[in-house]
Design a protein around this ligand. Structure first.
Ligand code: ADP
Ligand code: MG
Length: 311
């Protein structure tokens, strides 16, 4: 288990606004959380809640509107020279939802996987480069023979394995997985998740795992942040969040998880979240710690109520 004091990623008051003509979309609106070394931090929320933008801002695909991202003690968005940026790019990698759209269809698997090896000059010669590719293919459960094929020759699950091999090629510390299993068949989802867990243990990787529902995330995450409309509304250890959800939006997400039990399914009540149930007219809600390590976005009055209910 990770040392809780050992933060690899610190997201501080991050804001990412997009202006399109007259309107401004607050895709991330003052988000703060830490990711500890070696853990899986799950980020969940419905489509459009700002999860991908958070991942992309962390990896510096955007210039943040405001706030900071600290990676291993260094400000990612601060002034950096080319060499320092390249170092960040190697240490942080991303895995995407659609493993087909994210793999160049005209490139052979070997060249897709070796792209980072080439960019960062990690192989001394062609033989070493191919040896690394073969090792990576094996690591993700594929084999040598796959190296000379093209992405369209693979199934969805295999393509996601190629995406994982490509990310691993540069020996990163931190991987952002943006809905990596959402596009896969349910039967394949567990295989990919198990592979990611195995790799995490073997290589000491830290994950930000993004998903739109809680069904898989609660098994693989150490801690979970729930996003709604650009804000984190609840953050807690996985078990704690599952056993003692406080924010009504988290409750609605939990009520949407199907169980393989027909009686339960027949009686399952979907909780629908209604944001107008909060009265924030006189007070901006804040992320407050109700139980140790368990934070909820709430007003002072709601906070007192939560403390009463969840002593
Ligand atoms: P999620 O990944 O949770 O589905 P996103 O982070 O993709 O959510 O999007 C959050 C909000 O920001 C959405 O309203 C989306 O339309 C908007 N958004 C995301 N990227 C851009 C962009 N490049 N330009 C304008 N709006 C964007
Ligand atoms: Mg997304």
């Amino acid at each position: 288990m990770s040392n809780k004091a050992d933060k690899l990623v610190e997201v501080k008051n991050l804001k990412q606004y997009f202006s399109t003509g007259k309107t401004t979309v607050k895709a991330i609106d003052d988000v703060t959380f830490d990711i500890y070394r070696g853990e899986t931090f799950g980020l969940v929320g419905e489509s459009g809640s700002g999860k991908s933008t958070t991942g992309r801002a962390i990896i510096r695909l955007y210039n943040a509107t405001d706030g900071q991202v600290i990676f291993d003690g260094e400000d990612v968005h601060g002034k950096k020279n080319r060499k320092e940026l390249k170092k960040f790019n190697r240490r942080m990698q991303m895995i995407f939802q659609d493993p087909y759209a994210s793999l160049n269809p005209r490139m052979k698997v070997a060249d897709i996987i070796a792209e980072g090896i080439d960019i960062h000059g990690l192989a001394r010669n062609k033989e070493e480069r191919m040896k690394m590719v073969y090792d990576l293919l094996e690591t993700v459960g594929l084999n040598k023979e796959h190296a000379n094929r093209f992405p369209h020759e693979f199934s969805g699950g295999q393509r996601q394995r190629i995406g994982i091999a490509r990310a691993l090629a540069v020996q990163p510390d931190f991987i952002i997985a943006d809905e990596p299993i959402s596009a896969l068949d349910v039967s394949i989802q567990a295989q990919v998740v198990n592979l990611m867990r195995k790799l995490q243990q073997e290589k000491g990787l830290t994950y930000l795992f993004i998903a739109h529902d809680l069904s898989m995330v609660k098994y693989i995450s150490d801690r979970i942040g729930v996003m709604y409309h650009g804000k984190i509304v609840e953050l807690a250890d996985s078990d704690e969040l599952y056993n003692h959800p406080m924010h009504p939006y988290t409750k609605s997400l939990l009520s949407a998880i199907p169980l393989p039990d027909p009686d339960y399914e027949r009686n399952r009540k979907r909780i629908v979240y209604d944001p107008s149930q909060h009265d924030y007219t006189n007070e901006e809600p804040k992320l407050r710690e109700v139980r140790p390590g368990h934070f909820v976005l709430c007003s002072e009055a709601e906070f007192k109520n939560y403390q009463q209910l969840y002593k």
